[in-house]
Design a protein around this ligand. Structure first.
Ligand SMILES: Cc1cc2nc3c(=O)[nH]c(=O)nc-3n(C[C@H](O)[C@H](O)[C@H](O)COP(=O)(O)O)c2cc1C
Length: 406
């Protein structure tokens, strides 16, 4: 079969409602369109970097990165949700100057694309979050650092050369939470993004499965339990250094909306809620004093809702009612995805896995390449739709249609 015919068949299968849910089809498609890359510059889209990354990341770490939860319907929905809208080009607009710059909480960003927090990034490349910070510095991008990062907030801030945001796991002991807040604040973080989408566990099947396939000895790098399985608990992470971790869990199932006030009473950082997906919760976030929202389902790694974050964005924007900025992440793989999210009211758009693919494949250069690719695709979408700056990106560019394969 010719490669054209093979690709056409795979696209047909992927578009079919009967097989679209089968991960292997979309994976084969991704591999099919990916090119071999000898350097970051060879990558033509973020999927080229995904393919390059998979070649160098060991199975257990790859499973950690790529995993969704349960049957991964949410993971897939995040990516496919963007296809609900087509773009509606406009002509004879002077698009000789396109400005991607934006502002969040008064801070200038070169583009609306930011780095969402990812834990343990040294599992993909020794440069880890410091490599991401250097790329963010080179490109003027916002970086959010995970509580679970492989490097401490001070090192990453220094590599970024400007303030970064700190992602907070609430923990189950407020004294520990306060210490994390103080440390992030002292490092100069202006914003804490509190992750609220995983109050009590999750079922990352792919991660567990790929850990079993990995024949390396975890004890060479990780603390392990009596069966040789890695202890992936928080207490080995630098942000918990010097804290007594006896009985400390990353999250707590008993938190309610008054937690925002508790946080605000203990920090001068702005408090952004990461993981809001319902309009009512957006209203409650505003009422309870949150400064911003990130619509997120943890990249399909929290509840298996089957709903993409892009589909949740409009109701959250409506619930926030323009009172606080609404950002989003989940499944963003193209500049056109970013364009569509901005058109529906997002202030900025986060990427998780694509940055990790770039990092894994080529370190800092790979992360920079991811941003260049997505920013260029966004710029071209803006040119085509006659939007000269991010403020000119509106719903008038969107045409609603039944979801199809991209
Ligand atoms: C390997 C991995 C680790 C993550 N770690 C964190 C984390 O520590 N804290 C957090 O709030 N979100 C975490 N996330 C979620 C991301 O911040 C983000 O919401 C998600 O990756 C966006 O989806 P995308 O990967 O499809 O771009 C993680 C995601 C992945 C894939």
């Amino acid at each position: 079969m010719s490669s054209y015919a093979r690709r056409a068949l795979l696209r047909f299968l992927a578009a079919s409602p009967f097989v679209a849910g089968i991960g292997s089809v979309s994976r084969v498609l991704a591999e099919d369109r990916a090119l071999p890359t000898a350097s970051a510059a060879d990558a033509l889209d973020v999927f080229d970097l995904e393919t390059a990354a998979q070649k160098v990341v060991p199975p257990a770490h790859w499973g950690y990165l790529q995993s969704g939860v349960d049957g991964e319907a949410t993971l897939r929905a995040n990516e496919t949700a963007f296809s609900r809208y087509a773009l509606r080009p406009r002509r004879f607009v002077d698009v000789s100057h396109i400005d991607l710059a934006t502002e969040v909480f008064g801070a200038k960003l070169a583009s609306p694309i930011f780095f969402s927090p990812i834990g343990s990034m040294r599992a993909f490349n020794p440069e880890g979050e410091v490599g991401v910070a250097r790329a963010a510095k080179a490109k003027g991008a916002l970086q959010i650092l995970s509580t679970q990062a492989s490097f401490p907030v001070e090192d990453v801030t220094s590599a970024r050369g400007a303030p970064i945001w700190f992602q907070l796991y609430t923990t189950n002991q407020f004294e520990v939470t306060k210490k994390l807040l103080k440390r992030a604040e002292s490092a100069g973080c202006p914003v804490v993004a509190v992750t609220v989408d995983t109050p009590a566990g999750r079922n990352t099947v792919t991660a567990a499965r790929m850990r079993r396939e990995d024949k390396r000895v975890c004890a060479n790098c990780h603390a392990v339990d009596e069966r040789g399985n890695p202890r992936l608990s928080a207490n080995t992470k630098p942000m918990f250094g010097g804290i007594d971790m006896q009985g400390v869990g990353l999250t707590s199932a008993s938190l309610t909306w008054d937690f925002i006030k508790r946080l605000k009473d203990n920090t001068s950082m702005k408090v952004v809620l990461k993981g809001i997906e319902a309009g009512e919760d957006a209203q409650l976030a505003v009422m309870n004093g949150a400064d911003g929202i990130i619509v997120s389902n943890h990249g399909g790694r929290a509840t298996e809702t089957g709903r993409g974050t892009f589909d949740a964005l409009p109701e959250v924007v409506q619930g926030a009612d323009g009172k606080i900025p609404v950002m989003m992440d989940g499944g963003v793989r193209r500049g056109t995805d970013v364009y569509k999210a901005l058109a529906l009211g997002a202030t900025a758009v986060g990427i998780g896995r694509p940055a990790a693919w770039g990092l894994a494949a080529y370190g800092q250069a790979g992360v920079e390449r991811v941003l260049d690719i997505l920013n260029n695709e966004l710029r071209l979408a803006m040119i085509g739709c006659g939007a000269r700056n991010v403020h000119e990106i509106t719903t008038s560019s969107l045409v609603d249609r039944a979801p199809t394969d991209r």
